[in-house]
Design a protein around this ligand. Sequence first.
Ligand code: CA
Length: 224
Amino acid sequence: MSILIVEDELRVRAFLARGLTEEGFRVRESAEGVEAAELLRHERFELVLLDWMLPGMPGLDVLRGMRARRDITPVIMLTARDEVADRIAALNAGADDYLVKPFAFEELLARIRAVLRRVSGRASPLLSHADLTLDPLTRKVVRAGVELSLTAREYALLQFLLEHAGEVVSRTRIVQTVWDHDFETFSNVVEVYIRYLRAKVDEPFGVKLIHTVRGVGYVLRGGP
Ligand code: CA
């Protein structure tokens, strides 16, 4: 179980990291919003503790960014703000829970466990096409009974293609969704990642699912 702690106050962060490590969690730390957002785009965590007031980018924006790209990693917001409007804003942005500082470590631990229990019981909306399935909850990708090992970016790209199976998606749409911004100058990044994906998703299985539509983009279709 890996937890990302995003908190700029060193004392609080160190306290949380120590406590959670002692409880058997693997812990990563970040003290800054932009860095945390970047980490979340590239690495998988089981849960995120996210401070609201952060240098770089507010926690709420980090959370909104995650949900906008359909990252459903559970998030508990930590904050000194105790206004009802703030709680509502956090929950509306997709926070799974909200804890007001200062809090007892025992309470945080209880809430972490409650959120993880709730999430593991969530019905997972499986994405599938032909003999390929992707489980957004466990992030497990299986083709023809074989589990595939994808990087975070390959996974995001495949998820996007599966969500639009049968539909031709342009490079621009892919870049905007999977890379989160306009990548005009690096547009061959999509081709590069499509190549990585094909090597894992198509080539070992002999039947192509990822097709290039010349001059337009890509489509996931066909298959056994
Ligand atoms: Ca703070």
